[in-house]
Design a binder for this molecule. Structure first.
Ligand SMILES: Nc1ncnc2c1ncn2[C@@H]1O[C@H](COP(=O)(O)OP(=O)(O)OP(=O)(O)O)[C@@H](O)[C@H]1O
Length: 254
């Protein structure tokens, strides 16, 4: 399934946040959205997911969702958003409970989502017993349980330490290996963007406009942390963002 946002403009009261942003995501493509703090990345993601209606512009999908998809466009949040009184399996089960399906099928879907995220042995664990990385795996498993065509990820790794982030990046790369899942990945972290994305959309400072688009041709599976070409790409991105980031920082300080 493809997603296309065209000419999105949005403001909160007097504050212009997005200005004429167009962004497409092809089937199986991972598009990272980067830009200075407050430039409207999360707002754009909410608009793409239909959680917010833009003042102007349109969002359209094209093509069929996977068979038995319960929610073609699904979020993964930075703060995991797990219910502490439910087990790992209970959290993954949550979005399935509003859908009518045989209990055995629900169990099978939960099991499959847990297995795909390396949580097969943790079905009965409680969120408080898990590390941050494992909690975010639960967040990802819960998103996968509804068989999405498009994942919208808002800083999914930013609450994690460096090593855990590396492990989860490997998981995300494996998750996309089938080429079926399209993703929009909002991040501050340019190293994550160059590791994971097929294409990186760079927004300007607020109001966010598309400043540049960078395509990364090297297959995701061949990209390694610290690889010289990736480091250079992240540095080039930073050069694009640096002046805007400094200005956004001064503005936030005020
Ligand atoms: N619901 C809202 N009501 C009013 N202002 C909002 C709302 N949501 C976001 N904003 C403001 O809109 C601007 C863009 O916010 P948004 O969270 O989309 O930016 P961002 O690029 O994701 O930021 P960050 O990089 O810091 O996470 C910010 O100035 C923010 O304070």
């Amino acid at each position: 399934m493809k997603l296309a946002a065209s000419n999105i403009t949005h403001r909160y009261g007097p504050l212009p946040v997005l200005d004429d942003v167009s962004l497409g995501v092809a089937e199986g493509e991972v598009v990272a959205v980067v830009g200075p703090s407050g430039c409207g990345k999360s707002t754009l993601l909410r608009i793409l997911g239909g959680l917010e209606r833009p003042d102007a512009g349109t969002v359209a999908t094209e093509g069929a969702a996977p068979a038995r998809s319960l929610n073609p466009i699904t979020y993964v949040f930075q703060d995991f958003a797990l219910l502490p009184w439910r087990t790992v399996a209970g959290n993954v089960r949550l979005p399935l409970e509003e859908h009518t399906m045989p209990e055995s099928e629900r169990d099978a879907v939960v099991r499959d989502a847990l297995n795909r995220t390396g949580l097969g042995d943790f079905a009965g664990a409680w969120p408080r017993q898990l590390s941050g990385g494992m909690r975010q795996r639960v967040g990802i498993a819960r998103a996968l349980a509804v068989r999405p065509a498009i994942l919208l990820m808002d800083e999914p790794l930013s609450a994690l330490d460096g090593q855990t982030r590396e492990l989860l990046m490997d998981d995300l790369i494996a998750l996309h290996a089938s080429g079926e899942l399209s993703t929009v990945y909002v991040t501050h972290n340019l190293d994550e963007a160059v590791r994971l994305a097929d294409r990186i959309v760079v927004l300007s400072r607020r109001p966010g406009r598309v400043r540049a688009e960078v395509r990364l041709d090297r297959p995701r599976g061949e990209r390694r942390a610290g690889d010289a070409a990736l480091v250079a790409q992240a540095r080039d991105l930073w050069e694009l963002i640096r002046a805007d980031a400094a200005a956004a920082d001064r503005e936030l300080a005020r």
